[in-house]
Every structure is written in structure tokens, then in C-alpha cells.
Design a protein around this ligand. Structure first.
Ligand SMILES: C[S@@+](CC[C@H](N)C(=O)[O-])C[C@H]1O[C@@H](n2cnc3c(N)ncnc32)[C@H](O)[C@@H]1O
Length: 333
């Protein structure tokens, strides 16, 4: 999934840097916490390496994806895939609110894809409620639906706005594709909480932090995926159809609050190794991060060049440089 701040293309840099600090052997069974988990790519990587992974994110669609990647470990019966793909489209919440044909005046998906998404989403819930699919299957299919439908979204890349005309990838007929099952030594644990509250309840060896770097809130940029995963019939507002998001606004997205919540997080974290991903254009400066982290132990930093996330043309025009410096700050508590 094309996600703001995804660490997919930085995964080798992160892995090598982290392993060089922690002196890890595959049999060590370290607990690795990925608490701003997003797409789950970092936690999944360390699950494959044999760590017990704890994942968390304030967004529910991310929780669903991590429930699958981190908690599902063994073979899962996927024999319903064909059945889901053969379902007749239905006029549900997605069609009624995000497609033009319903009169919603929103153009996030074609009518066909919106109805198809509704049919599959409703069937997953129904089968789960009737006890015909297991919890593992529920998150497997739901995570796969979220990941698949994103490829057909008629947006420049995030859901802050939809395009007027249906673009090529959005015009294709929707097909549900299954995500891989990540094999590890143990099933992990996944939470859906504000990190500064969760931090009191958990402990472990390695804490990886990948907060938002700037003022762009995930709750408003991915509201459509949030609603498809919750399927909770929210009241939508305005042209873009935003759901209520006040409880999901991140203090890491505000210059006024970020230093305090970051400092609190480090103070309360019961982990020996703490890593923070951040870049040179973030709300906190390099020196601020260094000063805050150094209060709690030994500090060092790793860097690499990184090509910027391309949200859309408008966004690109705002930036002069096409690449940024990506930092991995490290604290040994
Ligand atoms: C930079 S992204 C993480 C990307 C992720 N590492 C990946 O590779 O996909 C930041 C994530 O932090 C989450 N987030 C923001 N504020 C949070 C908070 N206070 N508590 C928990 N999660 C938060 C966002 O929903 C978003 O998914």
C-alpha cells in the first residue's frame, strides 16, 4: 500500500542499523514493539527474524492490517476468496457515500467497485457473526480488502480529495487479492490506542518509533479506509466526506505538542533500546531530538538519503528538494 511515511523502501537501512546496535541472534526471542505501525512493514520484518512483535496504531485500518500480519502465523483457510470475488455488488455505505451513481457527489470509487466493496465487506461481517469464519480469517480477509480497495481509489494518492475524472487504475474492475501470511516464531500482540497511553501497559527489548513527521494527520488523509474497516455508518461531513476524527488527532502532528509527548513517551517506555525514525524536514529539529533522547541514556544516530513520498503534483511543487535525509536516532536506556 502506498502509505505516507511507509518504511518499505527504507527497510534494509532500518534493519541493518538496528541489528548493528542490539547485537541480535535469531534465538534471542527479543520483544520488538512497532507502536506507530501503519502498514506493519517494520514489525513484519522483525517478526520474520524471530522477534515477538507488539504492534499498535491509533488508526483502525492499521490495527486490522497488523492483526493479520502480526497475529496470524499459521496456515489460514482461504477457500472463500473465489466466493467473495463472485459476489454481486450491493448498494451499501461505500456506494451510497463515496460513489457518484448514488448521488453522493463524491467520486472516490466507480459505482461498480463501490458496490463490490460493500458486498464483500458485508459478507465478511456476516460470516464472522454467524461463526462461519474464525477470527484469524476475519482479519485476513478484512486486511486484504483494505489493501486491495486502496489500489482502485480515484485519488491522487490519499483520501484528502477525490479526482474529478476516473483515473486508469480506478476504472479497472475490483478484485480482492489476499495478503501474504508472515511466518514468525510466535504470534504477536496488536493494539489500537494512543501510544502515550499504551506505553504504560507494555514492556520489551526494542522499541521502534515512527511517528508522523509533520502536520498531516492520518485520520483525515485515510478516512475512507477507516470507515471501510470499521463499517460503522458514520455521519460524513463536507465535500470530501470526513468522519468525526477528534479522538484520533495526533499530538505528534503539532509543533506545539510534539516535544512534550515525545519526551513523555521516552520517560515512560520500559524498553532497553529505543529507535526513532525522523527526517530533516520534521516538526522537531535534529538538535531537539538529540537533547530529548540524551536525557535518558546513550545516544547515536544513523542517516541515509531518501526519495520523498509523492502524494500528488500539488504537494511536489511545495518542495524544492526531491530527496530528504532520513535519520534513525538510537537511545540505549
Ligand atoms: C509514519 S506512519 C508509520 C508508517 C509505518 N512505519 C509503515 O512503514 O507503514 C505514522 C503512523 O503513526 C500513527 N499515529 C499517529 N499518532 C499516533 C499516536 N498518538 N498513537 C499511535 N499511533 C499514532 C498514524 O496513524 C500512522 O499510521
Amino acid at each position: 500500500m502506498n502509505y505516507i511515511g511507509s518504511k518499505l523502501s527504507l527497510i534494509d537501512f532500518l534493519q541493518e542499523s538496528i541489528l548493528s546496535v542490539i547485537d541480535y541472534n535469531e534465538c534471542d526471542e527479543y520483544t520488538f514493539a512497532d507502536l506507530f505501525a501503519g502498514t506493519g512493514v517494520v514489525g513484519s520484518t522483525f517478526k520474520k527474524k524471530g522477534c515477538k512483535v507488539i504492534a499498535n496504531d491509533i488508526q483502525y485500518y492499521s490495527y486490522v492490517m497488523n492483526k493479520h500480519f502480526i497475529e496470524n502465523n499459521d496456515f489460514i483457510d482461504d477457500s472463500l476468496l473465489e466466493y467473495f470475488n463472485s459476489l454481486q455488488g450491493q448498494e451499501g455505505f461505500v456506494y451510497n457515500n463515496y460513489c457518484l451513481g448514488s448521488g453522493s457527489e463524491r467520486n472516490y470509487f466507480t459505482d461498480y467497485n463501490g458496490k463490490k466493496c460493500d458486498a464483500i465487506r458485508m459478507q465478511i461481517e456476516l460470516l464472522y457473526n454467524k461463526g462461519e469464519i474464525s477470527t484469524a480469517q476475519y482479519y485476513y480477509y478484512l486486511a486484504s480488502l483494505i489493501n486491495s480497495i486502496d489500489k482502485y481509489a480515484n485519488t491522487a494518492s490519499v483520501y484528502g480529495a477525490f479526482l474529478k475524472h476516473i483515473k486508469k487504475s480506478a476504472a479497472k474492475q475490483f478484485e480482492l487479492e489476499l495478503l501474504p501470511i508472515i511466518k514468525g516464531n510466535s504470534n504477536g500482540l496488536v493494539y489500537n490506542e494512543d501510544i502515550n497511553e499504551l506505553v504504560f501497559k507494555i514492556k520489551g527489548d526494542i522499541l521502534y518509533l515512527d511517528p508522523p513527521y509533520n502536520a498531516r494527520q492520518y485520520c483525515t488523509n485515510y478516512h475512507v479506509l477507516e470507515t471501510i474497516s470499521r463499517y460503522d455508518n458514520p455521519i460524513l461531513k463536507g465535500k470530501t466526506g470526513l468522519r468525526e476524527y477528534s479522538s484520533q488527532k495526533s499530538a505528534f502532528c503539532s509543533k506545539r505538542t510534539v516535544e512534550k509527548v515525545f519526551d513523555d513517551l521516552l520517560a515512560n517506555a520500559k524498553f532497553k533500546y529505543i529507535f526513532l525514525s525522523y527526517n530533516n524536514e520534521g516538526l522537531m529539529s535534529l538538535d531537539t531530538i538529540k537533547n530529548i533522547m540524551s536525557q535518558y541514556g546513550k545516544y547515536e544516530v544513523f542517516t541515509t538519503e531518501y526519495h520523498r513520498f509523492k502524494a500528488d503534483k500539488e504537494e511536489n511543487r511545495k518542495h524544492k528538494a526531491s530527496s530528504t535525509t532520513e535519520y534513525l536516532h538510537c537511545l540505549i536506556k
